[in-house]
Design a protein around this ligand. Structure first.
Ligand SMILES: *Cc1c(COP(=O)(O)O)cnc(C)c1O
Length: 387
């Protein structure tokens, strides 16, 4: 079965996206701001009690950031460059968290001077640097979580610490004159197992209790991270189901008196709003009787499709031609043999597909432009048009 646009976007939206793409050379990412707004409304509806800190790295287009600004959202940023970009749109310092646990002293200083007072940490080394360069600030400690098996793009292992260390870091923060404010985690991006939040929230509850009982420290915030789904080929539950379940986990552990709850969505907000349009450069076989048909297109791993690494994310793909189909291998345009998008997972495309035909990649609004390389083989960075 070939993908149809209406499996992913309503007909009117796709028509608008296609009309915008028709004016452009490929590759180009078209971001539909209406869809983005709708995703944001839906998230807020699903989690009415939570504060949103958008993960800027998912898609930092000014049009997208402005929607979040106007809806009163907050921003989780990972570098001074992201901070500058959002502040340039008139967002005040009280609406940021510096969520990266890996930061230089002078970067912390920069954030502090700009007025940011909320920092993530997962190590003593970093905590001491925060205390020195952002004195008196609120800090939240990121813990390690399970769930990398069921997340399509895991964010585990590199970030977070064990719960015992999280306890120690909160105590240390107080000693250093910081305000131990809360606990955060990220269960892995595109997390398909909602249960991953259950065990993470239970850990947070345990830390809250131990700190209160043993150290008279009262944490105020629980940061549930990102991990909420976008609509790719691999199925997930709808966001409502995530919200119902996660709310139940929170109430089971904290009762009706919930701490401040923070969400850091990226993919689930930006993903569905983007359609990346590329063009077929060439269709070939390696041998006259070769069974594999290769489709080369002008978007590749280095042009923004980094998340096709290990075929982790499978974007829905639509072409206008129909008729008899065949399984293909899809590869990008650069002179690097790692630049193969899908070989294990077989997309079915029409036999009539030929050079110059356009490919419409759905759910590409998150983690594409921000991953696109500068100057590999001289290709320019991926262009975005917001409509
Ligand atoms: C990237 C990132 C997010 C966003 O995660 P999604 O799965 O895209 O929603 C949230 N929090 C932190 C700390 C991140 O690094």
């Amino acid at each position: 079965m070939l993908t149809q646009p209406e499996d992913y976007l309503d007909t009117e939206t796709f028509a608008r996206i296609k009309a915008a793409a028709d004016q452009q050379e490929t590759p180009v990412l078209i971001v539909d701001t209406k869809t983005f707004s709708r995703q944001l409304d839906h998230l807020i509806e699903c989690f009415p009690y939570a504060k949103t800190y958008y993960a800027v790295k998912a898609n930092p287009e000014p049009e997208v950031l402005s929607i979040l600004r106007d809806r009163g959202c907050n921003f989780d940023v990972a570098s001074r460059y992201e901070l500058d970009k959002v502040m340039a749109l008139g967002v005040t310092a009280d609406r940021f968290s510096y969520g990266n646990t890996i930061k230089k002293a002078r970067d912390i200083q920069y954030f502090y001077e700009k007025g940011v007072r909320l920092y993530a940490s997962d190590s003593e080394d970093d905590m001491r640097r925060i205390a020195e360069n952002a004195p008196g600030s609120r800090v939240f400690v990121r813990i390690l979580t399970e769930g990398s098996q069921t997340a399509d793009w895991p964010l585990s292992r590199k970030f977070g610490c064990h719960v015992d260390m999280a306890l120690e870091l909160c105590v240390l923060a107080r000693e250093l004159g910081l305000q131990p404010y809360g606990i955060s985690f990220h269960v892995g991006s595109q997390q398909r197992d909602i249960g991953a939040w259950d065990s993470a929230i239970a850990k947070v509850k345990w830390i809250f209790e131990r700190l209160k009982e043993e150290h008279d420290i009262e944490l105020k915030m629980c940061n549930l991270g990102g991990g909420f789904p976008a609509n790719y080929i691999s199925r997930t539950n709808p966001l409502e189901t995530y919200a119902e379940e996660i709310t139940r986990f929170l109430k089971d552990d904290f009762g009706d008196d919930l701490p401040e709850i923070i969400l850091e969505p990226g993919r689930s907000l930006a993903g569905d709003s983007g359609v990346l349009v590329s063009e077929v450069i060439m269709v070939s076989r390696k041998n006259r009787t070769g069974l594999d048909r290769w489709v080369f297109t002008d978007i590749g791993k280095f042009g923004g499709f980094v998340e096709t690494t290990d075929e982790a994310i499978k974007y829905p793909l639509y072409v206008e031609k129909s008729g008899e189909t065949e399984e293909v291998i899809i590869a990008g345009p650069t002179c690097d043999s790692a630049d193969i998008l899908y070989e294990q997972y077989k997309y079915e495309l029409p036999l009539s597909l030929a050079s110059g035909d356009r490919l419409y990649w759905f759910t590409t609004g998150a983690y594409t432009t921000t991953y696109s390389a500068i100057e590999f083989n001289g290709f320019p960075p991926l262009k975005t048009i917001c409509i």
